[in-house]
Design a protein around this ligand. Structure first.
Ligand code: 13P
Length: 257
């Protein structure tokens, strides 16, 4: 059976004091994994080591929000896979729409980062998603296929350690405009089918998360869909009660699988 995940992408939010409060709330709210649902937080780079230390002994994992495609050297401002692992991160979000749209990350670049993460033994969470104008223009499947194909063509098959895909429709990020569970499922089914390019087993085993205004009140409905394997959560991951509520929604939904 595929793994299921609830991951929090803190984006550029937090402080040592705020993180300590949030993490102690999460540890209290999620003392153990239930229904096999993995949970992780992805703080800004500077807080990774302290976050991993605060979560030591808890079931909550730690991921980074980005990673360099290079191993080491003269790449000012960049952080390598080995460095992330060194401070306790086991996941890396790659190709988030904010990195693509604000920092010019291309499909090719996202692919290089994904290859580097896999080579270094880190689980990549590769983000894909269409803009509102692309959805309105009937281009959703074309855009998602292009974003997926770039990565699928470059990664080893079978993929050691696996890969996670996060579908985040850009129009639903931070807008409160969540895709309905049915709308999200339709797109997830397309993604699942497209993943068959890597073989039936690869498509069946690869977790496809949904992201975009996920909150405690809509989590269980989204996660009850057959091809939605969890969530990548932005704003609602900054509040312990909300994020724990999303985890509980995931446990309820995936406990029925
Ligand atoms: P929101 O949950 O704030 O809409 O953000 C989603 C996201 O971009 C997670 O990576």
């Amino acid at each position: 059976m595929r793994k299921t995940y609830v991951m929090g992408n803190w984006k550029m939010n937090g402080s040592r004091a705020a993180n300590a409060t949030l993490l102690s709330g999460l540890k209290a709210g999620v003392p153990a994994l239930r229904a096999g649902v993995e949970i992780a937080v992805c703080p800004p780079f500077v807080y990774l080591e302290a976050t991993a230390a605060a979560l030591a002994g808890s079931p909550i994992g730690v991921g980074a929000q980005d990673v360099s495609e290079y191993d080491k050297g003269a790449y000012t401002g960049e952080v390598s896979v080995a460095m992330l692992k060194d401070v306790g991160a086991t996941y890396a979000i790659i190709g988030h729409s904010e990195r693509r749209s604000l920092y010019g990350e291309t499909d090719a670049w996202v692919t290089q980062k994904t290859v580097a993460a896999l080579a270094g033994g880190m689980l990549p969470v590769v983000c894909i998603g269409e803009l509102e104008s692309e959805r309105e223009g009937g281009l959703t499947e074309k855009v998602l296929a292009r974003q997926l194909d770039a990565v699928l063509a470059a990664i080893p098959n079978p993929v050691p350690g696996g890969i996670v895909i996060a579908y985040e429709p850009v129009w639903a990020i931070g807008t409160g405009k969540t895709a309905t569970p049915e709308m999200a499922q339709e797109t997830h089914a397309f993604i699942r089918n497209h993943l068959k390019k890597g073989g039936e087993a690869f498509a069946a085993q690869t977790a496809v998360l949904y992201g975009g205004s996920v909150k405690a009140s809509n989590a269980e409905g989204l996660f009850s869909m057959p091809d939605i394997d969890g969530g990548l959560v932005g704003g609602a991951s900054l509040t312990a009660d909300e994020f724990v509520g999303i985890y509980n929604g995931a446990v309820a939904a995936f406990g029925r699988r």
